[in-house]
Design a protein around this ligand. Structure first.
Ligand code: FES
Ligand SMILES: [Fe+2]
Length: 394
């Protein structure tokens, strides 16, 4: 059974501001409830939550420097076992890491910088996954071996990371989500990764949810006030998601209190599960990040956080600090996801989307549905996000 999401109900009673009423499972339509001030409580189609991934789109796989020339890496991602390699000419490729002969993972075989040989019977495959040699065949035994293939995945590099295309092959593939704010700048980077034991939908919703921050991210150096304050942020539709337009960071954290008057930040989200942020000091980007969610299977996903900084030449010093900060944040998100999983195992009815702080989560589900429909119907994506000021307490 699939967890159900339902809308909060609104009334004049004080109870209505904190309690929401569960709606029956069979309610599958969106409910938008105007509250007179432009805010809404929204229910999403239950069948979409925790059951599918966005198709025909690029997913983050791993940092470029994890795949050296002439080497391959095997990863469980996108419900498949995938071999990612770098040829002698430096180009990357990806194919199903399962031999179409008798199923042995090709990653246990040899890679000569051009072709992969299976460890079981030595069949060879080129970087498109096409069989090029079956050593057991005698010279007069004719077999059309190029008809034998293991699935290949389009594979590209962007901003220091490798991405995989998941979906139907097409002449024109969509754009890879890019880290914002780095154009024309030199930068160093590092990637932190956690494996989260939930369907990617829950990880994406947490990634774009401002309401969990004061409860989950409680490091002493990040937030020094327990008091919740009202935030107002301006959202505009962009690409396959939205941008929270450039603003001064809130002074809730120690770091921003010191320099906040000279800083600005811009946060954006793109499908399939990609949050980007960059911070400028006196108009120049000093740090940027891209956090991505990639499904491993229906019950787990990878969260990869790439941090970029534009003060170069100090990587030996800054990388451990940046990793420690990112690991602490990701560890906090991982811990709450593990705890959430204890409850989700019982397939509860959920009230996932309540008023403004939940609206980005609702946009994600609407965007996911629209992207899948648009790419299947061969028409342009119509961004469901509407320009809006969102308000919440954090
Ligand atoms: S299983 Fe790969 S060659 Fe036989
Ligand atoms: Fe978080």
């Amino acid at each position: 059974m699939i967890p159900t999401v339902s809308s909060a109900t609104s009334s004049n009673s004080t109870c209505a501001t904190t309690h929401a009423q569960s709606l029956p499972d069979e309610r599958v339509d969106d409910i938008s409830e105007g509250a007179g001030d432009g805010t809404q409580a929204i229910m999403e189609r239950p069948a979409l939550v925790g059951t599918s991934w966005v198709k025909n789109i690029w997913y983050f796989a791993l940092p470029s420097d994890h795949v050296k020339k002439g080497k391959t890496v095997s990863m469980q991602l996108l419900g498949d076992l995938i071999l990612i390699g770098r040829k002698s000419d430096g180009s990357v490729f990806a194919m199903r890491d399962i031999c179409p002969h008798q199923g042995a993972p090709l990653s246990f075989g040899e890679f000569d910088g051009k072709e992969v040989a299976c460890p079981f019977h030595g069949w060879k495959f080129d970087s498109d996954g096409v069989c090029t040699d079956i050593p057991a065949l005698c010279s007069d035994q004719q077999v059309n071996i190029c008809k034998i293939k293991t699935r290949s995945y389009p594979c590209r590099e962007a901003d220091g990371n490798i991405w995989l295309y998941y979906g139907e092959p097409r002449a024109e593939l969509p754009e890879i989500p890019r880290a914002n704010g780095l154009d024309g700048l030199k930068y160093d980077q590092t990637v932190s990764r956690v494996i989260v034991p939930t369907h990617m939908d829950y990880a994406v919703v947490a990634l774009i949810d401002p309401a969990h921050v004061p409860y989950v991210h409680k490091s002493w150096w990040w937030r020094n006030s327990k008091a919740l304050k009202e935030k107002r942020k301006h959202y505009v539709p962009t690409g396959t998601g939205w941008t929270m337009v450039k603003h001064s960071p809130s002074k809730g954290s120690f770091i921003f209190k010191l320099l906040g008057d000279f800083m600005e930040t811009e946060i954006a989200f793109r499908l399939p599960g990609c949050r980007t942020e960059y911070i400028t000091l006196f108009g120049r980007t000093i740090v940027a990040s891209m956090t991505t969610v990639t499904p491993i299977d229906e019950n787990s996903c990878e969260l990869n956080h790439t941090s970029y900084w534009t003060i170069t030449g100090l990587k030996w010093f800054l990388k451990p600090i940046v990793n420690a900060i990112a690991d602490e944040f990701l560890g906090q998100d991982l811990q709450i996801a593990q705890r959430q999983q204890i409850g989700l195992k019982f397939k509860p009815k959920l009230t996932m989307i309540v008023k403004d702080s939940g609206l980005p989560g609702s946009w994600y589900f609407q965007g996911k549905r629209e992207w899948n429909n648009a790419t299947e119907e061969g028409r342009p994506f119509v961004n469901p996000v509407k320009e809006k000021i969102l308000r919440w307490m954090t």
